[in-house]
Design a protein around this ligand. Sequence first.
Ligand code: SF4
Ligand code: SF4
Length: 719
Amino acid sequence: MDWKIGVYICEGCGIGDALDLGRLEKVATGEYKAPVCKRHGGLCRDEGVALIKSDIDSGAVDAAIVAACSPRQMTPRFDFNGALVERVSLREGVVWSHNPETLESDLEEEDAEENVNMLAEDMLRVALVRVQKTQAPNPYLCQPAKRVLVIGGGVTGLSAALDVARAGYEAVLVEKSAELGGWARRFKRNEAPLPPFDRVREPDVNALIEQVKATGTIKAYTSCEVKQVAGQPGEYKVELSDGQTLDIGAVVVAAGWKPFDTAKYADKYALGANPNVITSIEFEERLAKGGKILRADGQPAAAVAFVTNVETKEGDMGPHRGNVADIVALKQAHYLKTLNGEITPYLFHDHVKASGLYEELFRAVQKDGLVLVRGAVTSLAEGSERPIALAGEDILLGAEVEMEVDLVVLSVGMAPTTLDEEVLHLKYRQGPELPALSHGYPNSHFVCFPYETRRTGVYACGAVREPMNLARAAEDAAGAAMKAIGAIELISQGKASLPRVGDLIVPDFSLQRCTQCKRCTEECPFGAIDEDAKGTPQYNPTRCRRCGTCMGACPERIINFPNYSIDMIGSMIKAIHVPDEFEEKPRVLGFVCENDAYPALDMAAQNRLSHSAYIRMLPIRCLGSINLVWIADALAKGFDGVMLLGCKHGDDYQCHFIKGSELANTRMEKVSETLNRLMLESARIGFHEINITDYKAVPGMINTFVASLKDLGPNPYKQ
Ligand code: SF4
Ligand code: SF4
């Protein structure tokens, strides 16, 4: 596309003092024939912004290259309503990150000024090529159904449906059992969701059900299940077990929880064998039914031991216990005391987790006379005065404790229903349910994107996401409901959801050259690509998050975005000047993930931590989008090394696109084939996983890598 490019070079923030800006002007107007090139003392100031804006408004410029600070800074200032804006990070990427005095390299010290100017020139060349290769946006536009499917009719689902309705959308609530209300119907008392938090009270699920019925915009179906979810967000066709098919825009999964497998700890506590050992659910049900707590022989229970640190054969229940077990035990002990002040409750725990204002409930139960034992139950035997003689270790006293009790109540862990039950039935090539992470939870990114799953348009909340009590579940439902509505609204504007919110561009597939290798369909982290019977990819734009993993995967290089393509990045690499071997200025190409690694580099620069001026950083969407041809091109051009800087992978991954760095790591094995073919050493490729908080370490990583290339000598392919 022919852009009318304007290059605007900032002299502020020390840029004008550190760099020879005349050289940048020559690159812009001489090498790249940009029709407009201007300097300004502070582009982010009103006059600087006005300078760019007037050129755009007059029609002289439709693509502005702002050579100033990092693209992560001043973003709204340099947003010119529809004009293409490309940023060159002269401040963070050059001036603040390259101080010869703090760099440990003799060679670079000698020629520091020249090296830094060469870096700035290359960064401008790369930006100019990026603009030249950018095509017009190709948004996928549709009219999404403004209706949200909520799976699960417990407190979480009811709350989510209500929140959807309050926002003016329709909700369809599907509950597989005959009644709405879920677990809350089976509870006698509940910890207070509102002040005062030192009380317990009757769950108000019936009021919630009445509110749902009163809205008129929520259709609730009981004894009903989802049979299939076909299509894509905004345009889902959802088939229910009663035979009807609905148009749905987004889905909230509020399918709740089931007790964590009691078989894993039954033997240890004689659960099932000893009728006076029960679970916290059975305890609640006994209260709800008769309001009395009796031991197996029908006598009233006068001493009850609650055990929240239940141990399974493999250890504790881990995340399935969450912080709910302790709050439930406190609630039950408290209610027990209100029934009969003479009862003695004991609590075996390893650390009472009564977070936030539930501390008040904890204090109230302590005042009631709760006896706390910080330690595990070590043995259960027949008692002489009461049915059970219990022994445990009290790690605070450093001693063994013994007592006789009438009942032992074991806390039940909360496993997500979706752990082993199909609730969604997605008609997706990659499988019918939400991909689960460790312990069966389907979150896509714990830290940055709560409620998001690895399926765009499908949001999880409540105990499907993590163990939580009813009060938190109701709040959680609001989060997922808002995400679902947000997704529908973005789709109606042709825009992507997180993390590239607002991106209007979708990848193009040149399928006439597709070999049906299925790499893209298998590797897409979001299940966005189905395939036909022959194996030809069938792309679903609104499932896509624009990560570029498919582009990196495709061996035929036929998947490209109008603003991010194999040709674009390849041309940017070619635009970088690689000095010949006699100049003794090595060149390293850095592929930098824009989610964590790039911000880490910016933070290092803001702390004035220096790294080698021999590296040229190319921000990329995700390491998963790296096509190996770029690495081959770089080595063939004479780059001495290539560095990949991306997110951590594995169970505690932090990759915003789920498995980009993992895929890049796997693909790197193939790079060695390329290196062998070129007779180059594998040490010329460096792969580093960076957390955003590792910013202090990043300059060291770069400098060490660049130094290691000196030992290898120059790339023999230098021209
Ligand atoms: S860009 Fe990412 S989400 Fe979209 S189809 Fe490709 S791999 Fe899937
Ligand atoms: S990766 Fe490329 S060649 Fe393979 S199926 Fe996908 S589009 Fe076709």
